[in-house]
Ligand binder design. Structure first.
Ligand SMILES: Cc1ncc(COP(=O)(O)O)c(C=O)c1O
Length: 385
């Protein structure tokens, strides 16, 4: 008998409620870039207006695929054939899972984590295992990857990681990256590395290393939605051996055919080294300033809230203490009372937490934090729910 379809709880929560609130802080990127920030010259505007609204190159233009390859650190004569341009990382992950996971397979995923891979693999009939980050015992200490909890003797078909991680913002260090590769190697598994937050580093100006060159059976996923601040373009990518890219491409033809031609044009501008550097600098500044505000807020409410400092991303993953609600109930209270949307920790596999985006313009964040403060204090006092 077919198992019941598992929906993507986080995305379901966001799509149901994000248009119903005054302030949406349940998204995972920075305040979006305006078209005028990306195309800021007369020649640029003319080139955009001159675009034929035809179907674009289905797998992405060679210029865009080359630029993405450079960003991921792929070189050699086949570099453009190593990249397939998709409709966001969402399509990229969906293609990768559909291609690499069969019913009954064992799949290892990070937890807490963005649950797209686990949901897709579950719906195919795979068994999910967790590569867990351990919650810190003392407030503010980092979450640590617990490699001892990875089941021994299980043969994984896919080991899926997300680095930097959503929702924790943790960047794996070199030893942790090597250990992840070893786990994949032991099973001969594919390493599916979702790297959409590369470029959103908070504590350094170095782009997080890719898993690309660390293992031959690697598939890297990227996107313009996060560190580039361009989620509305719906552009993402898959990087893999050219033969595998061809089989991903066959699925892409069924699913979406291609992303839009205007998106492809604008993506080519965004990924060029000079624009990329400018966008990363813009977004890192939002991340750094937003984090300071969020940190101050959490400190002022330290009797009820705590958070570990993220290395990257515009995300805070905040634990609430002494409030007897599930994370879903908590987020619904915040939504209903304050008209602010934050995302339940349960949708990442960690109860008693909520995820909040801080990389937005200061007025918006301050407004939301003020509203959140009132709700948190009410809930702490046991205000009737
Ligand atoms: C880890 C991760 N992967 C993929 C996605 C989907 O990104 P995109 O907007 O590029 O489809 C998200 C979005 O939140 C994400 O956090």
């Amino acid at each position: 008998m077919a198992k019941e379809f598992v929906s993507f709880k986080l995305e379901e929560f966001q799509s149901l409620y994000e248009t119903t609130v005054d302030v949406n802080l349940a998204d995972s990127g920075c305040h979006p870039v305006k078209l005028s920030e990306l195309v800021d010259s007369k020649e640029g505007v003319d080139a955009l207006l001159d675009c034929d609204l035809h179907y674009p190159a289905v797998g992405g233009t060679t210029e865009l695929r080359d630029a993405i390859a450079d960003f991921v650190g792929i070189s050699g004569p086949q570099k453009s054939e190593t990249v397939l341009v998709t409709v966001g990382a969402a399509e990229a992950n969906a293609i990768a899972v559909a291609s690499l996971v069969k019913p009954g397979d064992n799949v290892l995923v990070m937890s807490p984590g963005y649950q797209q891979i686990s949901g897709l693999a579950t719906n195919i009939g795979a068994k999910i295992h967790e590569l867990r980050f351990k919650e810190p015992v003392s407030a503010g200490a980092p979450w640590t990857l617990d490699l001892n909890l990875v089941p021994i003797g299980v043969r994984f078909s896919v080991v899926a990681v997300n680095n930097p991680n959503n929702p924790l913002g943790r960047i794996l260090n070199t030893d942790e990256m090597r250990a992840v590769v070893e786990i994949a190697k032991r099973s001969g598994a594919w390493l599916l590395s979702d790297e959409v937050y590369r470029g959103s580093e908070r504590t350094s100006d170095e782009v997080t290393p890719s898993f690309w060159s660390m293992y031959d059976k690697v598939v890297c996923v990227g996107s313009l939605s996060k560190a580039f601040g361009l989620p509305g373009l719906r552009v993402g990518w898959l990087c893999a051996h050219p033969d595998l890219i061809q089989s991903f491409w066959r699925r892409h033809e069924y699913l979406t055919i291609s992303t839009g031609i205007l998106s492809m044009h604008l993506a080519t501008i965004a990924v060029r080294p000079a624009t990329r550097a400018r966008l990363f600098a813009r977004n890192r500044q939002l991340v750094r300033e937003g984090y300071k505000r969020l940190e101050k807020f959490v400190t002022e409410h330290s009797d009820v809230l705590e958070m570990s400092a993220p290395d990257a991303t515009a995300l805070g993953f905040v634990r609430f203490k002494g409030i007897k609600l599930t994370s879903e109930e908590f987020c619904h209270e915040v939504r209903k009372r304050a008209s602010v949307l934050v995302a339940p920790g349960a949708h990442f596999g960690a109860e008693s937490h909520f995820r909040i985006t801080h990389g937005v313009v200061p007025e918006m964040l301050e407004d939301a934090l003020g509203r959140l403060s009132e709700v948190v204090r009410d809930l702490q006092r046991g205000y009737p729910v």
